[in-house]
Design a protein around this ligand. Structure first.
Ligand SMILES: C[S@@+](CC[C@H](N)C(=O)[O-])C[C@H]1O[C@@H](n2cnc3c(N)ncnc32)[C@H](O)[C@@H]1O
Length: 293
C-alpha cells in the first residue's frame, strides 16, 4: 500500500492515493449515499505518467471488479452508484454488476464533436453511464429537481381532456436516459488541465437526482474533482480520491481546501477569464460579448 495523504476542510475531503487503498482503510462500510465512478476507460489515454491500457479487456474488467466490490460495500442501504467507462468496456461491467446490485437505468451521455471526424467508421459521440441502486425498492430519486422542458411542438398550450377537469399538459418532464451535454472545452470557465474532465451539468443532474443536501458523495477517480465541486455547491458532503498529485492540486484549489501544496501555490490556469484587474474584477474577453448564434 502506498502512502495516503488526506486533506479535509469542513464536509469535504480529498485523498491523494490509490482508491483501492482508501476504500479499504479509510471509509466506513455503508456510509456513502452516492458514488460517481469515472475510472480510466482502457483506451490508451495518458494521465500524467499513466497510460490507461490493460493487456486485455478482461484484465481491465478484473481490475474494475476490485474497486466496484469495495464501492458496493461503502454504499448505504439506500445508496446509489453511477459508473462510467468506454462503450467497448461497459458490457463487462454491466454483466458483472447486474448480479451484484440493481441496474436501474442505462444512460447515454451524447455530445457533438467539432474535432477530428472519423472517416472509416461512425465516430464515437457518446459515453455510457450505469445508474445502480443497492435496494431497487428504496433509493433517492428527486424527479422534481431535474425536470427539463418538454417541447410539444405546439404554439399554444395543449389541453389534456382526459382529466376530470381538463388541464394543460405539463411543460416539463423528467429526463429520459439519453442526455445531451457539451463536453468541457478549453474556453469554458470550468475547464481544467485534464484529459477527460466531465462537465458540471452532468454531475449536477446526477447529484440533484440521487442525493439530498447533507448526503455523502464519493468519487474514487476524482480527476479534476468535478463531482466534489458540484457536491459542495449543492450543499452535500464529499470525498474525492485521486492518484496523480497534479490533479489533487486542482481539487484542493477547486474546493477551497488549501491554496498551497508542498510549497507550491495552487493557482487557477492562466486563462483570460481567470485574469483579474487591480481591483480584483474579471478582465472580460472580447468573446464575452453575447453571441447572436
Ligand atoms: C476518467 S478520469 C476522471 C475525470 C473526472 N471525472 C473529472 O471530471 O475530472 C480518471 C481519473 O482517475 C485517476 N486514477 C486512475 N487510477 C486511479 C486509482 N487507482 N486510484 C485513484 N485515482 C486513479 C486518474 O489519474 C484520472 O484522473
Amino acid at each position: 500500500m502506498t502512502a495516503i495523504r488526506k486533506f479535509t476542510r469542513g464536509p469535504h475531503t480529498v485523498f491523494h492515493a490509490d482508491c483501492n487503498d482508501v476504500l479499504t482503510s479509510e471509509i466506513r462500510d455503508g456510509s456513502v449515499d452516492l458514488i460517481f465512478a469515472d475510472p480510466p476507460y482502457n483506451i490508451g489515454k495518458r494521465f500524467v505518467d499513466f497510460v490507461d491500457k490493460w493487456p486485455t479487456d478482461s484484465d481491465y474488467a478484473d481490475w474494475c471488479k476490485v474497486w466496484l466490490e469495495a464501492c458496493i460495500a461503502k454504499l448505504a442501504p439506500t445508496g446509489s452508484m453511477y459508473i462510467m467507462t468506454s462503450t467497448q468496456c461497459m458490457p463487462y461491467l454491466d454483466l458483472y454488476l447486474r448480479d451484484r446490485i440493481s441496474v436501474v437505468s442505462r444512460i447515454v451521455w451524447h455530445y457533438d464533436s467539432s474535432g477530428v471526424q472519423a472517416k472509416t467508421k461512425y465516430g464515437s459521440m457518446y459515453e455510457p453511464i450505469l445508474f445502480c441502486a443497492k435496494d431497487p425498492g428504496n433509493y433517492t430519486f428527486n424527479a422534481d429537481d431535474i425536470r427539463v422542458e418538454a417541447p410539444t411542438g405546439a404554439k399554444r398550450k395543449l389541453i389534456d381532456y382526459r382529466k376530470p377537469v381538463p388541464a394543460t399538459y405539463s411543460t416539463t418532464k423528467v429526463p429520459g436516459n439519453t442526455w445531451f451535454f457539451p463536453r468541457v472545452r478549453f474556453r469554458m470557465p470550468e475547464y481544467e488541465n485534464h484529459p477527460t474532465q466531465k462537465p458540471e451539468v452532468l454531475l449536477e443532474r446526477i447529484i440533484a437526482a440521487s442525493s439530498n443536501p447533507g448526503d455523502m458523495i464519493l468519487d474514487p477517480f476524482a480527476g479534476t474533482f468535478t463531482t466534489c465541486a458540484v457536491a459542495q455547491r449543492l450543499e452535500r458532503q464529499s470525498i474525492g480520491i485521486e492518484r496523480e498529485v497534479d490533479f489533487v492540486k486542482i481539487g484542493l484549489r477547486r474546493l477551497g481546501i488549501c491554496d498551497e501544496l508542498d510549497g507550491e501555490r495552487l493557482r487557477p490556469l492562466d486563462k483570460p477569464y481567470n485574469r483579474r484587474n487591480a481591483n480584483g474584477g474579471r478582465i472580460p474577453e472580447p468573446t464575452d460579448q453575447p453571441r447572436l448564434f
